[in-house]
Design a protein around this ligand. Structure first.
Ligand code: HEM
Length: 447
């Protein structure tokens, strides 16, 4: 017989919302450790949320019975920015969009959009260390944003357009991240909401301008960026409106930029905590590349690099929670789940499930060598999601992570500034709460 799921009571009226706001991903992990694979977490009023952590149940939600679990829009501000873009849409519209956009993410297309990544990273890091420690989290944000903008718009974007897009996206992400569990609706005219409204208007103007420009130049110049590929798909299907194109572009930007940046930041942090792993990685890079800049053709030979990246994303999966809403009553892991419940599957939690991971709090890239990976439950590890809504940008993200990590390690050693606190802050992604202050020295020098 189906039974009610266990879970903390929380406070009257507001349930566990204060804990979620304060501790986010870490609260979910502690709830899982206390209550098990299915936990009910009470939210505001009568809203019910279930944390689902066993890989079998994650598979049920994300793949086997995904039609009963609609993607839930995490914030009204985010919705205003991404509209009906691929990330937030559901049903027939989503099927259509995914079909239209998939060809733009094929290997050869993505490889063509990656052409300038290495030189861009090299340029961005050229002055590191000259003026003392760097704040790595914001450096990685700039680097990842440049990579995303180059992939989306190629070289056809000016500095002022870049700045306007950056400012708008950063503001909305900050406000949406803060409001994930309790949000002042965008129509309430607080000073912040008005700022967001202006930023969104500006964002729309820039993106529509770029689309318009591209329409006029596409015949003259064969471009390989995502915008051109989207426009091609658009022209063939004749089914994406201008507004829909804006939504797709901003959705890609939002889905790809902060996630890649925080993943890189945590990766350098983990490496700095484990000199043995870092040394082994440097040796691999030295053997495969020497001082030569990496190319896409080198990436398959850098096996340990890939293990380090996979293990970093096990420890710190940027998108720590995927939210869904049930359409009809359901049953998960033997527990009853009513219609219209909020469902959370969290890679941050499942990646530490002791039934599937030995010593889950330990950073150990060898978990991802072929022998130890063999036979692992497919849904015990899902930093890029899983099932039909798996990240469409995974291939691109992995390439940016690989190329950036190698280019930076070839030039520098990064060591955390002693006594600078490192804690997780949960917003849309999991980020270092106080940033990540790092000393940098040339890679050739042992510090
Ligand atoms: C390290 C970087 C990245 C991580 C960790 C990541 C993670 C994820 C995850 C977990 C999902 C599934 C969300 C869900 O099921 O609710 C997702 C979806 C998505 N990602 Fe990524 N992502 C990354 C980079 C990118 C990049 C670079 C792009 C674009 C170029 C991108 C575009 C998307 C889109 C459009 C979706 C929605 C797909 C759909 O619903 O059909 N992501 N990503």
């Amino acid at each position: 017989m189906k039974k009610p799921a266990p879970g903390p009571q929380g406070y009257p009226l507001v349930g566990v919302v204060p804990f979620m706001i304060k501790q986010g991903a870490e609260y979910l992990l502690s709830a899982f450790r206390q209550y098990g694979d299915v936990v009910e977490l009470r939210l505001l009023g009568s809203m019910r949320m279930f944390l689902i952590s066993h890989p079998d149940d994650v598979e049920y939600v994300l793949r086997k019975n995904h039609r009963n679990f609609l993607v839930k829009r995490p914030s009204m501000h985010l919705e205003a920015m991404m509209g009906n873009g691929l990330t937030l849409s559901n049903g027939e519209l989503w099927v259509q969009q995914r079909r239209l956009m998939q060809p733009a993410f094929h290997r050869q297309k993505i490889e063509a959009t990656m052409a300038s990544t290495v030189s861009q990273v090299a340029e961005r890091i050229r002055h590191w260390g000259a003026a003392g420690p760097i704040e790595l989290a914001s450096e990685m944000e700039q680097l990842s944003l440049n990579a995303m903008l180059a992939a989306l718009f190629g070289s056809g974007i000016s500095n002022s357009e870049t700045r306007r897009i950056t400012d708008a996206v950063a503001l909305v992400l900050r406000v949406a991240g803060r409001g994930m569990f309790l949000e002042i609706p965008p129509f309430v005219p607080t000073p912040e909401n008005l700022r967001v409204k202006r930023a969104l208007k500006d964002l729309t103007q820039v993106v529509l301008g770029l689309i318009e420009q591209r329409r006029h130049t596409s015949g003259e110049e064969q471009r390989q960026d995502l915008l051109s590929l989207l426009l091609e798909a658009h022209d063939e299907a004749a089914s994406l409106s201008e507004q829909q194109l804006r939504d797709e572009v901003t959705s890609l930007l939002v889905a790809g930029y902060e996630s890649t940046a925080v993943t890189l930041t945590w990766m350098f942090y983990l490496l700095s905590q484990d000199p043995g792993v870092e040394q082994r990685l440097r040796q691999e890079i030295g053997t495969v590349l020497g001082d030569r800049a990496p190319t896409l053709a080198d990436l398959p030979s850098l096996e340990y690099l890939n293990q380090v990246i996979s293990e970093s994303m096990r420890c710190y999966p940027a998108f720590w929670a995927m939210t869904r809403q049930t359409i009809a009553d359901d049953e998960i892991g033997g527990y009853s789940i009513p219609a219209r419940s909020l469902i959370v599957v969290s890679p941050f939690v499942t990646h530490k499930h002791p039934g599937f991971w030995e010593e889950p709090d330990h950073f150990d890239p060898d978990r991802f060598n072929p022998e130890r990976s063999a036979g692992r439950h497919r849904f015990a590890y899902f930093p890029f999601g899983a099932g039909p809504r798996v990240c469409i940008g995974e291939r691109q993200a992995r390439m940016v992570l690989q190329l950036s990590l190698v280019t930076i390690l070839q030039q520098y050693r990064l060591k955390p500034v002693p006594d600078h606190p490192v804690e997780i802050h949960t917003s849309m992604t999991i980020r270092p709460k106080y940033g990540m202050l790092m000393h940098v020295s040339p890679a050739g020098l042992q510090s």
